[in-house]
Ligand binder design. Structure first.
Ligand SMILES: NC(=O)c1ccc[n+]([C@@H]2O[C@H](COP(=O)([O-])OP(=O)(O)OC[C@H]3O[C@@H](n4cnc5c(N)ncnc54)[C@H](O)[C@@H]3O)[C@@H](O)[C@H]2O)c1
Ligand SMILES: O=P(O)(O)OC[C@H](O)CO
Length: 346
């Protein structure tokens, strides 16, 4: 058993795949972790079996992971809250926390996306709901839950403007199998984690259509150019997007079939309707929630995102995936990198 870090116990909110995997990863370092989920029957089952049979069957909980069912009591008594619910439930979770949480308790989250109705970055929503004093951090980067649960090597990005919090959280989470890299660029980390999900849908579509490795590499690279342009226009540090939370997560999600966003694209490329593809995947697909909001943001700052635009057309306007990919391929010829006045990159 190691010495308890400053932020123990951690309360993990959201007993899905990622919340459970993170709870296990932190608990494996000997830290005390409480895992809470909204489904009381699932909590009772996990208490009894010491595993999350619904999302990560067969992986036993470490001894220092406890299942808790009293949300308010746990939120009042913990030293750190780590939220891992889908973006659609993020605001509701913050609103439930706000009245019970001490203003000094750090709140981090592993949710990737924007708020559904308002298209806000989650950091902005959290500041608004919890107040300016609450210490906040974002966890992002290339990380499939099943691999983290299996204790396979993983590296993630932790972002916060608060250097002290970054150090405390890194001390809490870092282990020989979970490497935690830190950054102050919260916006950059959020942009990468949000947009890569939309682009993974496009890579899945292309592969589902049987377009091959060349097309996939082109989509990843041109998708990266879209992320970079948006990041620059919104004021993030574009350097961040060439790290784990940007290109790292983009590569992971576009190329591996564990990705639910890619799975959705594959189903669409193989000819399923959007409704059937969503049903086939049957799990959280954040890119579907984020696509329209990302495009709206891009339009507001005058940034072109042709791949994101075609994904939106397929998801929400009934466009045929094959025609959409053709539209991308038929765009006018241009230079790959433009340096007309300084550093403008196309
Ligand atoms: N699964 C991964 O590999 C992975 C990795 C990195 C990041 N993420 C991100 O983590 C977030 C959660 O993803 P996941 O894979 O754990 O999803 P999941 O579908 O496996 O689980 C989501 C969990 O959230 C719960 N939930 C839904 N609405 C809720 C609410 N209102 N209040 C409380 N709980 C609620 C569900 O009951 C479920 O237990 C997403 O934003 C995802 O992009 C996932
Ligand atoms: O399964 P996905 O597509 O939601 O991806 C999971 C993680 O975000 C990968 O880093």
């Amino acid at each position: 058993m190691t010495t308890q870090a400053k932020l123990s116990p951690t309360l993990v909110i959201g007993a899905g795949a990622w919340g459970t995997a993170l709870a296990m990863a932190i608990a494996r370092t000997g830290q005390e972790v409480w895992l809470w989920g909204r489904d009381q029957a699932q909590l009772a089952e996990m208490k009894q079996s010491r595993e999350n049979g619904r999302y990560l069957p067969g992986v036993r909980f470490p001894d220092s992971l406890a299942i808790v069912d009293d949300f308010e009591l746990a939120a009042k008594a913990c030293q750190h809250v780590l939220i891992s619910v889908p973006s659609t439930a993020f605001v509701a979770t913050l609103k439930a926390l706000q009245p019970v949480l001490k203003a000094s308790t750090p709140v981090s989250w592993a949710t990737k996306g924007l708020t559904p109705e308002t298209g806000q970055f989650l950091f902005d929503a959290a500041k608004q709901i919890l107040g300016p004093q609450q210490p906040l951090a974002v966890l992002s980067g290339p990380s499939f839950a099943a691999e983290v649960a299996d204790n396979l090597p993983t590296a993630v990005t932790l972002a916060s403007p608060d250097q002290g919090l970054l150090e405390d959280l890194a001390e809490l989470m870092h282990s020989p199998t979970l490497r935690v890299y830190t950054t102050h660029d919260v916006l950059g980390a959020q942009i990468g984690g949000t947009v890569k999900n939309v682009l993974a849908i496009s890579a899945g579509i292309s592969d589902g259509l049987g377009y091959g490795a060349n097309a996939r590499a082109a989509l990843i690279t041109r998708g990266m150019a879209e992320i970079r342009r948006l990041a620059a226009a919104l004021g993030a540090e574009t350097e961040t997007l060439f790290g784990l939370s940007g290109i790292g997560d983009l590569i992971l999600t576009c190329t591996d079939d564990q990705s639910r966003n890619r799975q959705l694209g594959l189903a669409l490329g193989k000819g399923l309707s959007v409704a059937d593809a969503v049903k086939t995947v049957g799990k959280t697909v954040e890119g579907m929630h984020a696509a329209r909001e990302v495009l709206l943001r891009a339009e507001q700052v005058g940034v072109e995102m042709p791949i994101v635009e075609q994904v939106c057309k397929i998801l929400f306007e009934g466009y045929d995936p094959r025609e959409s990919v053709q539209t991308l391929l038929c765009r006018e010829q241009k230079a790959e990198l433009l340096h007309p006045a300084g550093n403008q990159v196309n």
